[in-house]
Design a protein around this ligand. Sequence first.
Ligand SMILES: Cc1cc2nc3c(=O)[nH]c(=O)nc-3n(C[C@H](O)[C@H](O)[C@H](O)COP(=O)(O)O)c2cc1C
Length: 276
Amino acid sequence: MNFFKWIMITAMALMCGINVNAQKPLVLYYSQTSNTKAVAEEIATKLGADIEEIALVTPYDGDYKATIERSKKEREQGITPEIKPLKVDVAKYDVIFLGYPIWYGTYAPPIATLLNKVDLSGKTIVPFCTFGSGGLESSAANLAHAQPKAKILDGYGVRAARMDAMPEEVDQFLKESGFIEGPYVKLPEFSKPHAVNDAEAKIFDAAVGNYPMIKAKAVEVATRSIPYGIEYLYTAVDMLSVSDLRPEKTSFSGITIKIYVTVANGKLPVFTRVVR
Ligand SMILES: Cc1cc2nc3c(=O)[nH]c(=O)nc-3n(C[C@H](O)[C@H](O)[C@H](O)COP(=O)(O)O)c2cc1C
């Protein structure tokens, strides 16, 4: 490459906020219904990264019911679906953004197949995921368990119902974690938690009340201001019957969960993720 070309590329990369000294990362993802694909593409575009989709030899049927039936059977049999060989050489990358939908509280089964096949020792993994209610933290913990010699960084997760907020959140996430440069708003710490009052209990119920997979009672809450409103971090007792998730069990879980709720100025409360 001649010097003029190098100057042009470097200048363009700097204008886009890309760190030219860093090696190109890889964005590797599985997505069944394209939510995670959208996040993967957003991250890859912002980073100028290489990107590859994990493909299945026999893809899950697009139909939700059929997918549940097949995946439940596979879980019972202790098998994960076969994936097609990757086109990229994972060994060439130091930093891998690994994306997936959350299934049954953790990364979807094609990722389990990948983790059984590919050695990520010594690599830095940045998990990202999409979900109905949550699963970033539990899936990241499972990643660390499956690949104990990989360095798992804090990741990004977004609800399928909030995909419109994703591009801005990805931008914030990549800047906060130092992958791209540029101004971003550093959010304050949450306040010390206090017992929920009536108004805060109403906000909680408005945010999660209609969501079928959450039956929880708010106990404590911490708050912080965000650029366009207030964020609440509720501690709640999970009243979801274990039988709702695992038909073979009938007891109530009764465990404590964390639920993040945002109230944007002039808007109704929405929950952004559940940490179980
Ligand atoms: C079989 C199956 C299991 C799922 N399990 C969970 C779950 O445990 N928790 C959750 O929050 N969402 C769950 N979901 C919802 C998906 O995570 C969500 O729709 C995701 O955005 C799909 O991503 P995709 O479009 O990239 O495939 C599940 C979806 C399917 C099909």
